[in-house]
Design a protein around this ligand. Structure first.
Ligand code: BGC
Length: 340
């Protein structure tokens, strides 16, 4: 295994972006930018022994900075939405930056996806770190965050660590768009999700607070089914947000398995997080991607392992509160194999 780095580009404010490439003996490679700990490339061997780049991304730093959709990035401090950007912690009301209508999404206007992280080589990968100051986007506490990305034996692992000097809230995930064929849409990908229930959305893609069974809904992936099978149906779980954009409540491990018959690639997602937002690029508009690719609606799918959206406003759900001085730890592993 080897790790190399190269100058990737400059942001509009002059900050420099570096790309780190992890290459394994079999030629599989992962490229990660220090801008947002963005997974730019993930090359996996398909059934015909060709390399397929299974994540969407761009060629330039400028495109990462300007385009919407959080392509490949780590999002935080709070992945997903917080209603009205408001929450109460220890009797104090906090107001966060609003960047999604009246709501707060993926950490706000200058979330973790916009930081250039410090990078250090570690065994089998790279450790990225930042310090987010007290009051950053409205969040309490100075927060030290580390995300370690390793890639070995077909397993890409993101390990998240954080510590705050005040009680705060935290919800970290990665926003990669996967496509196991490398191009085209993801409607024929076969999906299994080990979730018996999910949190219902309102029309703003925020949880109403109600938890329901996946049975008899478009969210039932307990048995393998094509992503596209019910995506255009009248079921409110897909209709309200233009496709899949809901949080599964994970019931056992692994969280999910995705297969493409075309490439023969099988991706398994394992995590210690209680939920997973499954998002089918409903809002991705036509745009140019890396290496001449063209992306559009449904070009990729995201598996955002996380705490439930808006969970700070639902105290009955698994807590996203990080107490002062306590260590936050989470991981998500994406493993790639070929179908037998
Ligand atoms: C959210 C979508 C949002 C998208 C932005 C997803 O995590 O669930 O509602 O539009 O991120 O790229």
């Amino acid at each position: 295994m080897s790790i190399t780095k190269r100058f990737f580009g400059k942001l509009s404010d002059g900050r420099e972006v570096t790309a780190f490439k992890i290459t394994n003996q079999d030629g599989t490679e992962a490229e990660i930018l220090d801008y947002g700990v963005t997974l730019r490339t993930l090359k996996i061997l398909d059934k015909n022994n060709n390399f397929i780049d299974v994540v969407l991304g761009y060629d330039t730093a400028e495109e990462y900075e300007q385009n919407d959709g959080y392509f490949g990035a780590v999002v935080g401090r709070f992945a997903n939405r917080i209603r009205g950007g408001k929450f109460v912690l220890n009797g104090t009301q906090y107001s966060l930056a609003l960047n999604n209508g009246e709501n707060h999404l993926h950490g706000g206007k200058f979330g973790f996806n916009r930081y250039v992280w410090n990078a250090k080589e570690v065994e089998n990968g790279i450790e990225f770190s930042i310090t987010s100051p007290d009051g950053d986007e409205g969040y309490p506490g100075k927060l030290d965050v580390t995300v370690t990305v390793t890639f070995i034996n077909g397993e890409l692992t993101l390990s998240y660590h954080a510590i705050s000097d005040k009680d705060t809230i935290l919800n970290l995930t990665n926003h990669s768009y996967f496509n196991l064929n490398g191009c085209g849409n993801i409607l024929d990908h076969l999906l299994t999700v080990n979730a018996e229930t999910f949190t219902i959305n309102d029309s703003g893609c925020l949880p109403t607070g109600e938890i329901v069974s996946v049975k008899n809904t478009a969210m039932d992936f307990l048995s393998e089914r094509k992503i596209g099978e019910l995506i255009e149906s009248d079921d409110p779980s897909v209709k309200l947000c233009g496709g899949y954009d809901s949080n599964f409540i994970l019931s056992k491990s692994p969280a999910a398995v995705v297969r493409s018959k075309e490439s023969g690639i099988v991706m398994t997602v394992t995590t210690n997080q209680p939920g997973m937002q499954f998002y089918t690029a409903n809002k991705t508009t036509k745009r140019a991607g890396k290496n001449g690719a063209e992306y559009n609606r449904r070009s990729g799918f995201c598996m955002e392992t996380q705490h439930f959206p808006d969970s700070i406003n639902h105290p009955e759900w698994p807590t996203c509160i990080l107490k002062a001085g306590e260590e936050f730890k989470s991981f998500t592993k994406y493993s790639f194999l070929l179908d037998k």
